[in-house]
Design a protein around this ligand. Structure first.
Ligand SMILES: [Zn+2]
Length: 185
């Protein structure tokens, strides 16, 4: 499978000063999934359009206390193709950043997004995880440690990526030029 390098990784970071919080009355109105660029938004839309698994993951996130930013970026050789970072936690929300290698094939970008969204759901389901150290401990204890990279992952995330990839390959997928155009280099 193409999805073998999605990681939560030692890439989990804690950025110290996001003190923003919203009162509970507003919390249900705040969008949880937040692509940071037009390109990231296009791939999120592609996942929502083509994959029931992707939609289900987003629906779960929208009912949670995690705010998930999504970015695409060029990666240096050897860097993981996907990562989920825990940035910070406020009183009402936890802030995650999903980062995906934009040089992947378009369908693989969406599948990797699905993989990392599963990690976001896993974090959402564990309210005690509020910093990078707790995240690291959890996955090293209950997850999968990839010996080659030292990154941590979960079987559920790998399966989510495989399912999204398979659903995209189904009858709803447009095999035309858009896929090739959107993939970057
Ligand atoms: Zn993973």
């Amino acid at each position: 499978m193409a999805i073998t390098r999605g990681v939560l990784c030692g890439c989990a970071l804690l950025w110290p000063a996001l003190a923003w919080a919203a009162p509970p009355a507003l919390s249900s109105e705040i969008p949880r999934l937040r692509p940071l660029t037009t390109l990231a938004a296009e791939f999120v839309a592609r996942g929502l359009d083509g994959s029931p698994t992707f939609r289900s993951l987003v629906e779960r996130i929208e009912r949670s206390d995690v705010i998930v930013y999504v970015e695409l970026e060029h990666r240096t050789p050897g860097a993981p193709d996907g990562a989920t970072h825990l940035l910070n936690a406020s009183r009402y929300f936890r802030f995650l950043l999903i980062s995906i290698n934009q040089d992947l094939a378009p369908a693989d970008i969406v599948a990797m997004l699905g993989h990392e969204l599963q990690h976001a759901v896993e974090i959402a389901d564990l309210p005690a995880i509020r910093d990078a150290a707790a995240l690291e401990r959890h996955y090293r204890r209950d997850g999968i440690v990839e010996l080659r990279t030292g990154c941590v992952c979960s079987e559920a995330a790998r399966e989510a990526g495989r399912r999204v990839r398979g659903e995209l390959a189904g009858p709803q997928t447009d095999p035309g030029g858009d896929d090739r155009r959107a993939g970057g280099a």
